[in-house]
Design a protein around this ligand. Structure first.
Ligand code: SAH
Length: 416
């Protein structure tokens, strides 16, 4: 692909007029320490009002340059900082360097039969509010602020200069769907490149084949962030019976089977996800262990399924619990912790003595300590204290560079 997609060439270019800002001392300290956001309340002086995507330059009291970022009058995160300390021109070359740096960090993945990974992890790769995921020849670009719209041409030109792809799909964070005036005709799920005849996207993760649906699927189509935890499950599964709860399209299930699990049960209340799991099993019939494994896929509520399995006395060697985000804001942290405790209890009810519990949380509001404490508390109360094997976090393509960026935590533990 050499030409810029037509949908992008029609977009406005970034305004040449920059906004000058001053901010409070705590915000200045946070900025210097690398925090990527400036909140509206931290702004003490502003030269003029701007439009989404205008570049905002932040100065200190002595009029020294502190940083430059994308201005967004529609969000309390008023500026997403792109560059600090040293001034720079934010153009195709600048984006090119960011993408190239991020690509170099992911190089080891390409040696591992993996062509599905997160190329740009927003703030953590220096591009706040922008995610780019790769699924083989398809790239999915997701924006979380209208401030990215005027810069998409530059971003995509830089992407073309560093990556080979034949399809580019745009995803918009839900909040953007209400901001049509800033989208200039862009819409969620649109294919920016000319559509290809085959709409099914297949990609490889650690040698296994998965399909994904970047337009209708959750996240950008796949939970790429669990790759390393899935690999750990593969290593633990030989000869085991495995229960994968909140299985989505069967990521953990396929790894367990490939690792030699004799029986794999997947539970997810989404019927399309359960159907995709069945197709993913088919895509991997070339793997002898997958071919030989016995699969069962249940589209059922997880809490109900676990309770029913307990009643029928069904037990597993490994139980995986990877629920969706339970806490969207601070007030939901306590209910989320209660739900994690409940899940631990239900999971242990169907786990054999000496079996392995794998429990994850993707709620950034719930701290690592709170989460692990909740699991242990529940396990003790259930009379099945846990012995930890490992606590894990983010995979290589999901680097974490600021506090709020950390969200994924997972415990591998043996239950007495
Ligand atoms: N483990 C998966 C990702 C899980 S995402 C992977 O590796 O790809 C969370 C999943 O939980 C979603 O697929 C969603 O459909 C499912 N889900 C949410 N609430 C549920 C519930 N109460 N019962 C069953 N599934 C649920």
């Amino acid at each position: 692909m050499t030409e810029l997609p037509a949908a992008l060439s029609q977009l406005p270019s970034p305004s040449s007029q920059r906004i000058a800002l001053r901010i409070t001392s705590p915000a200045e300290r946070a900025l210097k320490q690398g925090h990527p956001w400036i909140f509206d309340q931290s702004i003490t002086e502003q030269s003029h009002e701007g439009a989404p995507g205008d570049l905002a330059v932040i100065f200190d009291d002595k009029r020294h340059f502190l940083g430059v970022g994308l201005y967004d009058p529609t969000s309390p995160i008023r500026v997403r900082v792109l560059q600090k300390i040293k001034p720079a021109t934010i153009d195709t070359n600048w984006f090119y360097e960011k993408i190239r740096t991020a690509d170099a960090i992911r190089a080891p993945l390409k040696e591992q039969e993996t062509n599905g990974y997160r190329l740009i992890h927003g703030e953590n790769d220096g591009l706040p509010g922008l995610v780019i995921d790769r699924y083989a020849e398809t790239f999915v670009l997701k924006i979380y602020s209208p401030a990215w719209v005027p810069h998409l041409k530059d971003v995509c030109t830089a992407l073309q200069q560093t990556q080979q792809f034949n399809r580019l799909i745009l995803r918009l964070n839900r909040s953007l769907n209400k901001q049509a005036e800033y989208l200039h005709g862009l819409s969620d799920g649109m294919t920016l490149t000319p559509p290809t005849p085959d709409n099914l996207i297949l990609f490889k993760e650690n040698g296994l084949t998965f399909e994904c649906d970047p337009i209708n699927g959750q996240k950008t189509g796949f939970f790429l962030d669990q790759r390393e935890n899935r690999e750990r499950v593969r290593e633990l599964s030989k000869g085991k019976s495995v229960l994968n709860v909140f299985s989505y399209t069967g990521g953990f299930s396929l790894y367990a089977a490939d690792g030699g699990a004799k029986e794999v049960v997947s539970v997810d209340f989404s019927t399309p996800a359960a159907q995709a799991t069945l197709r993913n099993i088919k895509h991997n019939q070339n793997k002898p262990n997958v071919k030989n494994a016995k699969f069962e896929t249940l589209d059922q509520d997880a809490f109900e399924a676990l309770a029913q399995m307990k009643t029928s006395g069904r037990l597993f060697d490994i139980v995986i619990l990877d629920p969706p985000m339970f806490a969207q804001n601070q007030s939901q942290v306590e209910p989320a912790l209660a739900a994690y405790r409940r899940l631990t209890h239900l999971g242990l009810d169907v786990l054999k003595r000496g079996g392995i519990l794998v429990q994850a949380s993707c709620s950034s509001r719930v701290s690592t300590v709170e989460f692990f404490d909740a699991i242990h508390q529940s396990a003790r109360e259930t009379g099945r204290p846990l012995e930890e094997i490992e606590r894990t976090g983010h995979a290589l393509d999901h680097p974490i560079k600021y506090k709020e960026g950390a969200y994924l935590k997972c415990l591998f533990a043996t239950a007495t």
